[in-house]
Design a protein around this ligand. Structure first.
Ligand code: CAA
Length: 260
């Protein structure tokens, strides 16, 4: 059996998924998209997983895009299926009931940036390069890039990145709000480990309420979004973790959250 293009590692509530095709700079072919989809579904369903970290194998790339060799052979009907497969994966990641952190350890281009943008938080190494270079291939982004880049960074930045296709460095990506933090490449793992450990210790039902309110509520008109926020807020008063969190504050001790 061929080795999976995605490797899985578990440590203390943190599941790390690594796109593992370094000889292709972790480019996303159909097999890799399907493997990622299955791994995110499994991580969503597994209560022992509190946080997912997504990264790429090797020293050069997070993910250098959709697989150009595979796309070169697609007709329009197959390309539609390829786009839908990628979009379905990105939406699954965005709608995960637990936080997903992208550790951007190098190139995040095309489908690779689209993958990173579907994650909830993005930490970039200072040598990372990000962009939507599809235009250089006579193509346009097809895994949600036009929509997520627009929503994350605004129309001017989205059009600049997509129309010119020139990658930007990590500092510019932070200026645009495309990544949350930039750290020296050698410190990326430690930074992501610390962030993931912090999220893994937080109250899972409250994390989920926040993700739902921001991701789903944020796609609604504000009246509906606010109503949705109130519903999430009120629901948390039915959880043991909310009683524990507020009691621990009043008793001046560290809370122990139990996902109940
Ligand atoms: N698909 C397939 N293979 C890829 C790839 C990709 N997206 N990116 C890199 N590779 C392959 C290269 O062909 C090369 O293979 P060989 O060793 O067999 O020649 C290997 O990975 C190493 O890459 P390079 O030799 O090119 O490495 P480099 O350091 O010289 O350059 C790079 C790095 C600038 C990232 C360059 O590889 C590159 O420009 N890659 C393509 C980036 C791109 O255009 N991505 C967008 C794809 S389209 C897309 O994603 C559409 C969508 O929205 C769905």
């Amino acid at each position: 059996m061929a080795p999976s293009p995605v490797t899985v590692r578990d440590a203390e509530g943190v599941r790390t998924l690594t796109v593992d095709r370094p000889e292709r700079l972790n480019a996303l072919d159909r097999q890799t998209l399907e493997a990622l989809d299955a791994e995110f579904a499994a991580a969503a369903a597994d209560a022992s997983v509190r946080v997912v970290v997504l990264t790429g194998a090797g020293p050069k790339a997070f993910v250098a895009g959709a697989d150009i060799a595979e796309m070169n052979q697609l007709d329009a009907i197959a390309a539609r299926e390829f786009s839908l497969l990628g979009q379905r994966l990105m939406r699954r990641i965005e709608r995960m009931p637990k936080p997903v952190v992208a550790a951007i350890n190098g190139y995040a281009l095309g489908g690779g940036l689209e993958l990173a943008m579907a994650c909830h938080l993005r930490i970039a190494a200072d040598n990372a390069r990000m962009g939507q270079p599809e235009i250089n291939l006579g193509l346009a982004p097809g895994f949600g890039g036009t929509q997520r880049l627009l929503r994350l960074c605004g129309r001017a930045a989205a059009l600049e990145l997509c129309l010119l296709g020139t990658p930007i460095d990590a500092a510019r990506a932070q200026e645009l709000g495309l990544v949350n933090r930039v750290v020296p490449a050698a410190g990326l793992q430690a930074e992501v480990d610390a962030l993931a450990a912090r999220l893994a210790a937080a109250a899972p039902l409250a994390l989920r309420a926040i993700l739902d309110a921001v991701v789903v509520g944020g796609e609604c008109p504000i009246e509906e979004g606010l109503q949705f926020e109130t519903a999430q807020f009120a629901l948390l008063f039915a959880t043991e973790d909310m009683r524990e969190g507020t009691s621990a504050f009043l008793e001046k001790r560290t809370p122990q959250f139990r996902n109940r």
